[in-house]
Design a protein around this ligand. Sequence first.
Ligand code: SF4
Length: 214
Amino acid sequence: MGCRACIAACHTENHLTPGSPWITAIEYERGRYPNARTVFATVGCMHCEDPPCQVACDGVGAHAISRNDYGVVIIDYDRCIGCRYCAAACPYGAPQYNHEVASLFPEGGADTPHTLQERHPTHRKRAGVVEKCTQCWHKLEPAIEAGRADLIGKEPRYTPSCDAVCPVGARIFGDLDDPESAVSRHVARKNATQIKKAYGTRPLVHYVLEGGDF
Ligand code: SF4
């Protein structure tokens, strides 16, 4: 419904600076007057199975981008050299260069981290690196380590904050490898598609869009 609560939650959870959003909203019109309506969607990192950002990063020798066993593509800030080749390689505009340490939350930042995301060793907030969506890996990893991966996507503390706050359940997160998971069943039932402009990157994010793709 275009409320952008997911974007606000992402900024808060991940301590984002105003100039480096990890999710953006797009809107477009379907139909013709008087039966036209606005359709909303959000775009962020697609956590591609074949991520060109990683290829670009490896190409410059930084090796800061990796895809973990759970399909989450993560940038290691300790390795990132801020060259932004990943941003140029990503077809979805996901990687965001951070020009400044967080300014929205002056009590936080590199020296005094206070968000869960900042306490994650490889994601300590800092300027001069490229950032992007981590699917709130700092919230997923504790569930996995505790042997409670089954709670991911169900309990807010183990669920990406964008998904947890969506007031209309438009975002669904879970295990696509499990055919019985809510997200798998939803994808099958609703005939979800990957973004049309897949560019051969095999995105893990799927969309159910009224009127087709965008
Ligand atoms: Fe990399 Fe962009 Fe794919 Fe995310 S959407 S994994 S940043 S290429």
